[in-house]
Design a protein around this ligand. Structure first.
Ligand code: NAG
Ligand code: NAG
Ligand code: NAG
Length: 246
């Protein structure tokens, strides 16, 4: 320690020069993937006379940087009696390569696990994965999407990969969601792209309350009571019949 008398590390601080992640280029698809980074740690002493800085030693683990004895700084000399002289001088520059633990893009936690949706397509391309060593692997989805990997449309009325709105069927079920095509599957007795038109044959039947117009195998339509309703005279009444599962 006696050989390094004038270390003042705080003065100019520790400069970090980050190099590009070399592991990322050759990286193969894996469930775990590290992209440790090589970091060039640089430390510089306070400015002093070039003769003195030439004889200083770098701290343990550090090496002298190539750029030495360059008159690139200035320091003041106190001659006493309030007399200060500003002098051009040198500082000792030391470097050290260090490895910093990092995950490749699309991987998270200390173990560098793959983000939801896969590292090549994190969050299915519809969100941002909180990746990196300190990340928790959650997807922050764009407003139109939801789900662990942003794999679902946020809205019930949205369909298709772009989650476009407009999936609505008046008397039917819409093929919604990211794999849906927006088409309606109409309940019995209804037709039209939005299932909003009554099948003409049903219209003329004029099925009453609590009924459903059902197409029979013969192709003709009849009025049937909805499940849970019973035919009493000509109407269907809400007298619950026990549901029998077969
Ligand atoms: C580290 O940085 C210093 C100063 O920027 C430079 O002189 C040195 O060549 C670098 N070392 C490596 C291994 O990149
Ligand atoms: C992950 O981190 C984000 C932001 O820090 C937070 O909002 C979210 O709740 C976290 N998720 C889990 C599953 O911990
Ligand atoms: C259908 O129900 C409504 C309201 O409950 C009632 O006013 C109407 O009379 C019913 N129609 C028939 C045909 O029973």
């Amino acid at each position: 320690m006696e050989s390094v008398p004038s270390w003042r590390l705080a003065a100019l601080g520790l400069l970090l020069a980050v190099t590009q992640c070399p592991g990322c280029v050759t990286a193969q698809r894996k469930k775990h993937q590290r992209c440790d980074e090589q970091i060039n740690l640089t430390t510089t002493t306070a400015c002093t006379s070039c003769v003195i800085s030439q004889n200083l030693l770098c701290p343990r683990g550090f090496e002298r940087s190539s750029q030495q004895n360059i008159r690139d700084c200035s320091f003041t000399v106190d001659l006493g009696g309030e007399q200060l002289i500003r002098q051009v001088g040198c500082s000792l520059k030391c470097t050290k390569m260090a490895t910093v633990s990092k995950c490749c893009n699309g991987f998270w936690s200390q173990d560098c696990l793959e983000c939801p949706g896969g590292a090549t397509h994190p969050c299915n391309g519809h969100g941002m994965c909180l990746d990196g060593v300190l990340g928790n692997g959650s997807c922050i989805c764009e407003p139109k999407y939801k789900g662990n990997a942003c794999e679902e449309c946020a809205d019930e009325e949205a369909y298709g990969p772009d989650c476009v709105m407009g999936c609505s069927c008046v008397h039917g079920v819409c093929s919604n969601g990211i794999t849906g095509n927006g088409k309606c599957i109409c309940f019995s007795g209804y037709t039209g792209p939005k299932c909003d038109q009554e099948v003409p044959a049903c219209k003329s039947l004029g099925c009453g309350n609590n009924t459903q117009c059902v197409e029979e195998k013969t192709g003709s339509f009849i009025c049937k009571c909805l499940p849970g309703f019973q035919k009493i005279a000509k109407t269907c009444e809400g007298k619950k019949i026990p549901l029998v599962c077969t």
